[in-house]
Design a protein around this ligand. Structure first.
Ligand code: SF4
Length: 274
């Protein structure tokens, strides 16, 4: 069997599977390193990736109470400094629930015979009033629609895992789905906050969807992990030489968001089981 019981799925691995099964196989099962073709300059892409990671790291330091002004002023990346000013001044910090605040909080819950991992950029939870908000910092070049974000696997995984783990986080009773929401904030569009509420019906749908999805992946033989039919996805995929998809010019679709989450997960963050 390619995937053993207990395998740890994440929002980015599931999102990768839904977008391209072959990329899931190469990255998450075979751990295949593969450089981009040398005739195409990946530096700009790598710069975007590094900037996104740095922004997340700065926000963790801010959460720890580290004085950031000198670090930010010394940074030569003007876009990163602009994002920082925006999150400091325009993000609705005061509107978040009071009580527990956690940055880069890892959560693992069971999902059928497998496990499901989420790492919230920021969690604000009020255990008294039983409300919680998961914040996700996005450094995307454009703002997806509400519907796209609502259907996004990240949204479904994060809200689902929060409910499944909430009895541990509150130290008592679980939160009800209509007491939590997800808030996406966009560094390039700091006024465009998108909030996604949750409900018991959505929680049940997500439980069913996610369990079906991991069962499908778990039962799949190696040869069934097919390359995507959407060749736009290959434009920024480092496996395109391996997949013989080198001659792709469109750059509309990329993997930057998953890459940032994947890179952050590689950092030394302790894994807490719920
Ligand atoms: S190059 Fe295209 S088909 Fe191959 S793994 Fe990447 S996205 Fe999938």
């Amino acid at each position: 069997m390619l995937i053993e019981p207990g395998y740890l799925f994440s929002q980015h691995s599931l999102n990768t599977y839904v977008r391209c099964q072959r990329r899931f196989l190469l990255r998450y099962i075979e751990h295949q390193p593969w450089p981009m073709p040398e005739d195409e300059d990946p530096l700009d892409y790598q710069r975007h990736l590094a900037r996104g990671r740095m922004f997340h790291q700065w926000l963790v330091r801010r959460h720890w109470g580290i004085e950031m002004s000198e670090i930010v002023e010394a940074c030569e990346d003007s876009l990163l400094r602009q994002w920082w000013r925006a999150v400091e001044t325009l993000f609705p910090w005061d509107a978040l629930p009071d009580g527990i605040r956690e940055a880069e909080l890892p959560v693992v819950v069971s999902l059928g015979e497998y496990r499901l991992y989420a790492r919230y950029d920021y969690l604000a939870l009020d255990p008294q009033n039983k409300v919680a908000v998961i914040v996700d910092w996005k450094t995307l070049a454009s703002v997806p629609s509400y519907q796209v974000l609502r259907e996004r696997i990240q949204t479904r995984v994060y809200l689902y895992t929060l409910i499944a783990a909430s009895h541990v986080l509150t130290g008592g009773k679980s939160l009800a789905p209509d007491q939590v929401k997800m808030l996406y904030w966009f560094a390039n569009y700091p006024d465009d906050v998108i909030e996604i509420p949750y409900s018991e019906a959505a929680f049940q749908q997500d439980a069913h969807y996610l369990q079906s999805l991991v069962r499908e992946i778990g039962r799949r033989p190696r040869e069934a992990f097919a390359p995507t039919e959407d060749s736009r996805l290959c434009a920024h995929c480092q496996y395109r030489t391996l997949c013989h998809r080198e001659v792709i010019t469109s750059a509309e679709e990329d993997w930057l968001d998953e890459e940032i989450d994947f890179a952050l997960d590689l950092q030394d963050i302790p894994e807490l089981e719920y």
